[in-house]
Ligand binder design. Structure first.
Ligand SMILES: Nc1ncnc2c1ncn2[C@@H]1O[C@H](COP(=O)(O)OP(=O)(O)O)[C@@H](O)[C@H]1O
Ligand SMILES: [Mg+2]
Length: 250
């Protein structure tokens, strides 16, 4: 087994003009593990995930993904490495004018040149995996919030990535839907060996999926550990965060 972390971040900095958002982030994500990043609104969680995938350029520091310096790659090389990274956006971002099947096909056609029969099989298989095969010909507008997220997750995994980055995968969902999504995220790690980083402020989700938790505050991880350890850490930002969130279940 490969001992090197799948994702390795060192001393990452990112500013927008006078606003310093990330100020020295270090993170290692080993194979088949999920690192959860918690933090208040506006703390830089989305900026972190966009920087990892190369949508934003780091000001300083290094980001290695599958042993390659993604922060140095451009053009075709960056596109190629990005194919091994699935990204579940905060908004879900399905095309409203296309059916579920067309949404998935659009993604497949754009990135992989599969024969039609194979692409169709893969779409069906992925929809079955998220438990929504009957939604094949439905439009996103007719789906519930939780179902939309599951379809968005299907779209992220249909390319068979090695890494998944989740930005608020369960925010705004009811607890039943949160569990459904969180269980799928765990299955991706256990059954397919995916490594992931999940940005969330949903403690139920974090509790189910996290191997390690990192709390982002003022541009740095002020503590890393288990969710339990983090929740007991005596820091005003943590007290505020946990005070405002739903309390831990079980
Ligand atoms: N493209 C951008 N240009 C300028 N400022 C940005 C940009 N993206 C994010 N920011 C700023 O970075 C900070 C962190 O944002 P974000 O990562 O979205 O927070 P969150 O932790 O809620 O996901 C905010 O102050 C936001 O206004
Ligand atoms: Mg965000």
């Amino acid at each position: 087994m490969n001992q090197d972390p799948i994702i390795q971040i060192r001393d990452l900095y990112k500013s927008f003009g006078p606003i310093d958002v990330l100020k020295g982030i270090d993170l290692d994500v080993p194979g088949s593990q999920c690192a959860v990043v918690l933090g208040g609104s506006g703390s830089g969680k989305s900026v972190l995930i966009k920087t990892i995938v190369g949508l934003l350029k780091a000001d300083r520091g290094t980001i290695k993904v599958l042993g390659e310096r993604i922060d140095l790659l451009e053009g075709d090389e960056l596109d190629k490495l990005r194919l091994s990274i699935g990204f579940l956006f905060q908004s879900g971002a399905l095309f409203d004018s296309m059916t579920v099947s067309e949404n998935l096909m659009f993604f497949l056609e754009r990135h992989l040149k599969l024969p039609l029969a194979e692409a169709t099989d893969r779409i069906l298989e992925t929809l079955e995996w998220v438990g929504l095969p009957e939604k094949l010909h439905d439009y996103p507008a007719s789906l519930s919030g939780g179902q939309k997220k599951r379809i968005a997750l299907a779209r992220s995994v249909i390319m068979a990535p090695k890494i998944l980055l989740y930005d608020e995968p369960t925010t705004g969902l009811d607890p039943v839907s949160v569990r459904l999504i969180a269980d799928l995220i765990v299955r991706l790690q256990v059954e397919r060996g995916l490594s992931s980083i999940a940005i969330t402020h949903d403690l139920l989700c974090a509790e189910i999926i996290a191997d390690t938790v990192h709390f982002l505050h003022e541009g740095r991880f002020i503590i890393s550990g288990s969710l339990e350890e983090i929740s007991r850490f005596d820091h005003p930002a943590i007290v505020t965060f946990f005070g405002n969130e739903t309390t831990l279940t079980s």
